[in-house]
Write a protein that binds this ligand. Structure first.
Ligand code: HEM
Length: 538
């Protein structure tokens, strides 16, 4: 079991052993030496210089001097909470992932919501994508579903991620502007990158100014695989849907709140949980086979595409409840390390080239952000499942391994772990076999259709929502200094919808230029419903 009591209150859990409470205790140094005077440094005479030997002063100041760690290179600003995920049913026919083993099973989670572009102290209600990262402390290790509140992404290949982020961050010579998107470099890059068209539609919609973290959807974005105990697998898209509904601010509200209360989302999440109004999300799955995927008029490995719900419905499989605020922002929210490489038996990657790059990036950045290779031992990152291996040493190692053997295979025994899969272990992680082809730098042909789904999003919006999108493009482009960038954007929008392009152009006093040339002649998608998997019983 997961250790979460049926009462629904997430317990203090594995953080118990590290909770520190100094109330009513004598003040000490870090060496446990009692301190008599915490107000005055040791001086050579009452009006003299401070003595070098004042180790109490020096320890206190030295520690203070090193209190800061680097902020996340993206998603620096965020808020988090504890809770649990409860499965509605036994999904073992589809996946052997532990959280779905039986109806009513609870798995503890820690969830961090974030903006992407802003710095650690930036405002909450800016126009930006929101991170939605869930760490499941499963019986078979940690599973991190590191998603966003928008189901697609700007780029199709990890190779472009540093360029995308360099374009969206404050401009390097003057650090202006700190707002997520309103500047030349961002619009320069994305208009040279037509694959971003679909994501831009979401980004300029009300989705990018959520009312609260509690009213955001979350998406795994990439296509993943679910694998059952027999090794049979289906493709899967993950959806989190807020039980309280999906709601956004309007731009005027968002802009005012940025000034009046930059902590608006952080405060809202904290206060809701303190008041017992626990936010809840339903987890839904879109399940489809490889054969179905081959019939779709888009490539399921392309993260700029959704799988429309007309093709594959979203089936609810469980509910997540956040019911406990962290005790300490730094120890938990700041030090938590999510990673797309953290998957467990029953979940597998696909070859989505954006996901493949992410698998490398998170661990790599965390080695520098969290100071070395042992940050998996930081309590918020440590799994509830036992950890045994022959990895040793490194900065700040906490575990005290015993015995002379730290290698495998060995014949000396002495407390050394053995490979799961031996000695009757059946639950070890194994990857789905995949056919391999020759190495090539390039992309599949269907990746070249940049506009069909952007149009699908546009026509799915109500007239009021469409007006918000037009106004958002006008606002953003009115701040772009370079005329050629504005024209390039209008030529992209001309491929999405003439009314959209015309509406934006009018607001800027411009003519709609010729549509941007299409990258290839990919067939126009038909969003015909096709039979979906009805593997779920609910
Ligand atoms: C955070 C890289 C795309 C969601 C991060 C961090 C890095 C990173 C380096 C900081 C991690 C840390 O310091 O702990 C990348 C790369 C991407 C990519 C290289 C593309 C190749 C995406 C996509 C999503 C996403 C497509 C959504 C599906 C997140 C989230 C966080 C994050 C939610 C914040 C996690 C937290 O709350 O701590 N990313 N990212 N990223 N990324 Fe990505």
């Amino acid at each position: 079991g997961s250790g979460v009591p049926p009462s629904g209150v997430c317990p203090a859990g594995h953080l118990d052993r590290v909770r520190a409470d100094g109330g009513e205790q004598p003040l000490t140094t870090n060496q446990g030496v009692p301190v008599a005077d915490n107000q005055n440094s040791l001086k050579v005479g009452l009006r003299g210089p401070t003595a070098m030997e004042d180790f109490i002063l020096r320890e206190k100041i030295t520690h203070f001097d090193h209190e800061r760690i680097p902020e996340r290179v993206v998603h620096a600003r965020g808020s988090a909470a504890h809770g649990y995920f409860e499965s509605y049913q036994d999904l073992s026919a589809i996946t052997r992932a532990a959280p779905f083993a039986e109806a009513g099973k609870r798995t503890p989670v820690f969830v961090r919501f974030s903006t992407v572009a802003g710095e650690r102290g930036s405002a909450d209600t800016v126009r930006d994508v929101r991170g939605f990262a869930v760490k499941f402390y499963t019986d078979e290790g940690n599973w991190d579903l590191v998603g966003n509140n928008i189901p697609v992404f700007f780029i199709q290949d990890a190779m472009k991620f540093p360029d995308l982020i360099h374009s969206v961050k404050p401009e390097p010579h003057n650090g202006i502007p700190q707002a997520a998107s309103a500047h030349d470099t961002f619009w320069d890059f994305v208009t040279l990158m037509p694959e971003s068209t679909h994501m831009l539609m979401w980004h300029l919609s009300d989705r990018a100014i959520p009312r609260s973290y509690r009213t955001m959807q979350g998406f795994g974005v990439h296509t993943f695989r679910l694998v059952n105990a027999d090794g049979a697998s289906v493709f899967c898209k993950f959806h989190w849907t807020p039980v309280g509904g999906t709601h956004s601010l309007v731009w005027d509200e968002a802009a005012k709140i940025i000034g009046a209360d930059p902590d608006y989302h952080r405060r809202d999440l904290w206060e809701a949980i303190e008041a017992g109004a626990y936010p809840e999300w339903e987890l839904g799955l879109q399940l489809f086979t490889e054969e179905q995927a081959e019939q779709f008029p888009f490539d399921v490995l392309d993260p700029t595409k959704i799988v429309p719900e007309e093709l594959v419905p979203v089936q609810p499989v469980g509910k997540m409840t956040l019911n406990r605020n962290p005790d300490n922002f730094f120890a938990e929210t700041e030090q938590v390390a999510f990673c797309t490489a953290h998957i467990v038996p029953g979940i597998d990657f696909t070859n989505d080239p954006l996901l493949q790059g992410r698998i490398h990036s998170y661990l790599d950045t965390q080695i520098s952000r969290l100071g070395g290779a042992n940050f998996h031992e930081i309590p918020i990152n440590a799994p509830l499942a036992p950890v045994h291996n022959n990895q040793r040493d490194g900065m700040h190692r906490q575990a005290v391994h015993r015995g002379r053997v730290a290698y495998e295979p060995n014949s000396l025994g002495g407390g050394c772990p053995f490979q799961a899969g031996m000695a009757g272990f059946t639950t070890a992680f194994s990857r789905m076999p995949q056919p391999l082809e020759d190495k090539v730098r390039g992309k599949p042909e269907l990746f070249a259709d940049h506009y069909s789904q952007a149009r699908l999003f546009w026509i799915s919006q109500t007239p009021a929502e469409q007006a918000h999108i037009v106004n958002a493009y006008r606002f953003e482009l009115s701040r772009v200094q370079v005329p050629a960038i504005r024209v390039r954007l209008l030529s992209m929008l001309a491929n999405v919808d003439p009314i959209l392009a015309e509406g934006v152009a009018q607001g800027l006093g411009l003519e709609v230029p010729d549509p941007m040339p299409l990258a290839s002649h990919a067939p126009a998608p038909q969003y015909e419903p096709s039979p979906s998997l009805s593997l779920l019983t609910r």
